[in-house]
Design a protein around this ligand. Structure first.
Ligand code: HEM
Length: 181
């Protein structure tokens, strides 16, 4: 996983909790490199899980809640670092529908080794969208946080749930994004 994800995670832990908690989370994860992440390096994606589990133990906050909060934080940071990726969109549904063909495509140009999921739009209506997510990393909670962060960015309120489903016969997670809150 791209180092930027780790550096952003550690910054969020320092800001929302404390530098002392950040240090002890790094220590408890027993990382081979001692937690010295660089934004353009690549690290095993299991490491982010070890860090989140450590933070959950320190704070008592459940892992999925922490991951979703991190997704929201990350989306905000992406909008600051890569404003051009948001410029051609005015709504959550249009933005989310463009992840594979535009957003992650640009990400892959910048970082050829990026390990990205596949998103397929199953249905878009005025107030409801269904989106299939396929990834061997199964980072549903992160996807929810990123989408909630994007909703916030476009000033929209949504409810997001997910169920097991299929896309073109393959097993997938299906997100239901609902503006009828
Ligand atoms: C709502 C919009 C988005 C969603 C739902 C989304 C979803 C995800 C998910 C779930 C992952 C984790 C990897 C996996 O599941 O296999 C991921 C990775 C990533 N995404 Fe997105 N993403 C969104 C927008 C963006 C934007 C705007 C950027 C950058 C400008 C971005 C850059 C990245 C990067 C750098 C990674 C890590 C790749 C790696 O570690 O190798 N994403 N995305």
């Amino acid at each position: 996983m791209l180092g930027m994800v780790f550096t952003e995670f550690m910054e969020m832990v320092e800001d929302r909790f404390s530098p002392a908690i950040a240090d002890s989370v790094i220590e408890s994860a027993k990382l081979p490199h001692g937690g010295a992440y660089t934004a353009v390096g690549y690290y095993a994606h299991e490491e982010i899980i070890a860090l989140v589990v450590g933070l959950s133990k320190q704070t008592g906050i459940p892992v999925p809640d922490l991951v979703t909060a991190f997704g929201q934080h990350l989306l905000k940071r992406f909008s600051e670092i890569y404003p051009q990726m948001f410029a051609s969109h005015t709504s959550l549904f249009s933005f989310v529908a463009s992840i594979d063909a535009e957003i992650h495509r640009e990400v892959r140009k910048l970082y050829p080794q990026a390990q990205l999921p596949r998103f397929t739009v199953l249905e878009i209506e005025e107030r409801v969208m269904r989106l299939a997510y396929e990834s061997p990393r199964s980072m549903e909670a992160l996807a929810v946080g990123l989408m909630l962060g994007a909703a916030e960015h476009f000033g929209e309120q949504v409810k997001i749930s997910h169920t097991a489903g299929t896309v073109e016969g393959r097993p997938a997670t299906v997100f239901h994004i609902d503006k009828n809150t």
